[in-house]
Design a protein around this ligand. Sequence first.
Ligand code: NDP
Length: 605
Amino acid sequence: MSTPPETPTNITTPAEEIDLDTLRAKYAHERDRRLRPDGPVQYRSAAGEFGYYAKDPYTPRTDREPKTDTVEVLVIGGGFGGLLTGARLRQAGIESIRMMDEAGDFGGTWYWNRYPGIHCDIESYSYMPLLEEVGYVPEWRYAPGEEIRRHAVAIAETFDLYRDTLFQTRATDLAWDEQADEWVIETDRGDRMRARFVITSSGTMTQPKLPGIPGIENFRGHTFHTSRWDYDYTGGDQTGGLQGLADKKVAIIGTGATGVQVIPKVGEDAEHLYVFQRTPSTVDVRDNRPTDPDWAASLRPGWQRERMENFLAVIAGEEVETDLVQDGWTATSRLQRKMITGSLDTTLSPQERERIDEIADAQTMNRIRARVDEVVEDPATAELLKPWYRYMCKRPCFSDHYLQTFNRDDVTLVDTADHGGVTRITEDSIVVGEAEYPVDCIIFATGFEVGVSGVMSGAMPVHGRGGQRLLESWATGLRTLHGFYTDGFPNLFHLGALHNANSVNFTHILSEQAEHIAAVISRARQEDVHVVEPTAEAVQAWVQVVAETAHDNSAFQAQCTPGYYNLEGAGLPAGISYSPGPIPFHRLLAEWRRTSMHEVLGVKS
Ligand code: NDP
């Protein structure tokens, strides 16, 4: 398992041959021709008149009676964050746990995203949580989506989390009852139930997003978003065999991480596929392979935690004896750190560090661009597929099938960069500039509204002590202790990256969060404490720590082509997550549990 990935283009451009000024000018030119004055508001939500794009195509809706009962813990969200928390609470001996989700089953991201070709782009042995607890070793190094979804179900079964579940249910209001020390939860199913503790883990990339292309509402052909795949129309399954497309001209709009995975599968089966690209992704070697049974048999207890921690450490730039994962992520960890913590080497001046980082970036990007020339036969198409920006401007992608798809006669790449994207959609075609492409079907691989959980969007209003609204408490900036809780909103815990750690292997972050929340709730139960709430001083102190340690990434982001990483060119505010990185954060949390946990419980240490 420790063989380095095969690299067809192993060329590293010598540093002295890299002309940074020319490269910077090229990157600036490519960014400028994509910047749009409407920035993030160019998109439309898959709601209202476009609500059908967000409908669940997988589980028929079933009726049920409203609930008015009381549980000890309500977990909102049945993805890996919610499942991990449910599992850890169950391990801590809590019987009364209710899981709730808008979806028809567990899985979160992996429930909704079932498009052909879907895989996890993080190594499955580190990404898929609780493997040892469930007794499972993934079949592939990078697992297909269906295997991951089934694993989510297996976690729920292992920890008996189906018992009291409410699926197809959306919380519409949370109100703290100060007399009973309980939350009252209302839902879109007419429920009015109670819970002592509420945990929100509703994800940050759940709502499909559509481009605001003029005429989008006029299209008369078939259309859907990748996160609600219509297999009734396409036929086949996640492995391909989309026979319903055999006589169809299909358009895919979007070439991000989703587009890179789905385009090869649609390209195989459609009569003709038109790929509408605005910005090419970086597409590095994937090198997926089945799990070696001898390696699987050799694993000793504790192996998964060790591997997850090793991956996190390598990505975060910590010293490790061995890089256990050795893939495209760990090979480019230096470049990824720029996004979160900045460079680590403090022996050099900031200018020297920046120059070394920029050279390493250029070497990686040159290699990725050279791979395009190596794989794509038509030179003009190859030119369009080359990404011209710094490596971490967009989510890095990996595929051994994507670039190859453009060698097919029945696949056409249509570049839209000079037009800010697709120009117009008519009743039966897509227009880019003056050119019109008649199509039977449009598939939107245009991503998600990022950071929009029910709590943050206000779709799930939260009323704490005295009826105070959570979003009002956060009106001048996020106010939490460690990202988990806020004074005035007792017994309410949030999972996610805000004021907390972040990493590409986000299930690891969720796993630490779940263990932390379970430890706090367990301790509260041991001490017979009914209310867990940080003081305003503790919250203020954490807000200050996050602000003082914030790594200002705005200069880097300003050079990037637009995308959701930089709020479509507007730039993200610093200090959303804890900048020193996940490893110091996890150490800090462990120390806090040892020495300061009593403070949120109002008991003596
Ligand atoms: P993205 O937001 O990354 O990509 C959207 C795509 O749509 C971009 O290529 C964008 O172009 C294009 N687009 C948007 N508007 C237009 C327009 N008007 N005309 C033409 N093109 C347009 O969404 P994804 O679903 O690809 O990925 C979202 C995230 O989901 C990833 O970054 C990743 O975090 C996660 N993911 C993870 C996977 C995994 O394996 N772990 C797999 C898939 C996704 P432009 O770049 O120019 O804006």
